[in-house]
Design a protein around this ligand. Structure first.
Ligand code: NAD
Length: 318
């Protein structure tokens, strides 16, 4: 095994997201080298799988990671635990100088949605990957924002409850807040709202996302549809199972037929609706769990971009 010119990375959190991410890193021929899988449950499937795949493991959490003999070589740590665990992990690792890519919705660092703002925060010590819903919907809001003023964006993300581990369930409030904020700060909406549905249907449903944008005035429908279609194609470069479920829909509200919004009153303009579905690559959970893929693929693309942007920081031979 040669690690020259590679970026040694660790993953904290050996659950659904952490394990799917590990498999993606191992399957990628990019610059990352997985050198540690960190959990707190010695019996977790993720740690056992990492061990079988030849990746060093510890069940000692972040303290166990820091005691691993090659900790000093690690350039980047992915956190796939929960928002509250990430806050503790960051408090421990911040002074070591290692970068963190946060896959929880803790939102300590700036938001990163690769297709929209990948290059804006490459040197941030802690970069936040928003949420699975955010990775699926912020690009669409951003595309629509290029064509008109989005005064309100609302998204509904539905995922199979089987794919939502305890870590996800522990931070649903953070999901809502972080996703809503990213619709504004990255997507460009003046106001954002996110809704998450854990769907217990059996057989499990594919990840679905509905995006509603209220666009002021009379925006050009074909420009919006083109911008959305182009954005979908860009996302599929790193999440191949991402697609529009049907054509973008438009509904116009004029002075004779205004839309009444309880929070903000009367709206005159156009409601744009985009419905998306994400089929997963089935690296860890089956293909219904596109919500894993969209997050882990976004995180992988971001980390690989950071690694290629700072080649001088590549690790020495381990
Ligand atoms: N499941 C999804 O669809 C999805 C998508 C995007 C983002 N996320 C986010 O990813 C995170 C993980 O979600 P998940 O569904 O994989 O949950 P999970 O419960 O399956 O995995 C979390 C793992 O972290 C471990 N863990 C908890 N605290 C730890 C600590 N202090 N140190 C080390 N390990 C610790 C747990 O033992 C568990 O193995 C959550 O913040 C969630 O919001 C989940």
């Amino acid at each position: 095994m040669t690690s020259q010119r590679k970026w040694p990375v660790a993953i904290i959190g050996s659950g659904n997201i952490g394990t799917d991410l590990l498999i993606k890193i191992l399957r990628s021929d990019g610059p990352l080298l997985a050198v540690a899988m960190v959990g707190i449950d010695p019996d977790s499937d993720g740690l056992a799988r990492a061990q079988r795949l030849g990746v060093p493991v510890t069940a000692g959490g972040v303290d166990g990671l820091m005691k691993m003999p090659h900790f000093g070589d690690i350039r980047l740590v992915f956190d796939a635990t929960s928002a509250s665990a990430h806050r503790t992990n960051w408090a421990t690792l911040e002074t070591t100088g290692v970068r963190m890519l946060d896959l929880t919705p803790a939102a300590i660092g700036p938001y990163c949605v690769p297709v929209v703002n990948l290059d804006e925060h490459l040197d941030a010590p802690n970069l936040n990957m928003v949420t699975c819903g955010g990775q699926a919907t912020v690009p669409i809001v951003s595309a629509i924002s290029q064509c008109g003023v989005v005064s309100y964006a609302e998204i509904v993300s539905s995922i199979s409850s089987r794919s939502a581990g305890p870590g996800t369930r522990a931070n649903i409030d953070d999901f809502i807040e972080t996703n809503s904020a990213a619709l504004q700060s990255v997507g460009g909406a003046q106001l954002g709202k996110a809704v998450m549905v854990l769907n217990p249907a059996d057989p499990p449903i594919l990840m679905r996302n509905t995006v509603y944008c209220l666009v002021e005035g009379e925006p050009d429908h074909s420009s919006i549809e083109t911008a959305v279609n182009e954005m979908v194609v860009k996302v599929t470069t790193y999440v191949p199972g991402y697609r529009l479920k049907r054509r973008v829909q438009f509904e116009t509200f004029d002075a004779d037929n205004p839309l009444q919004i309880p929070e903000s009153g009367t709206f005159i303009g156009t409601r744009v609706t985009a419905m998306l579905e994400v089929t997963g690559a089935a690296h860890y959970l089956p293909a219904y769990a596109g919500n894993l893929d969209i997050m882990t693929s976004a995180a992988l693309a971001t980390a690989e971009r950071i690694a290629t942007h700072f080649p001088q920081n590549a690790g020495a031979t381990l």
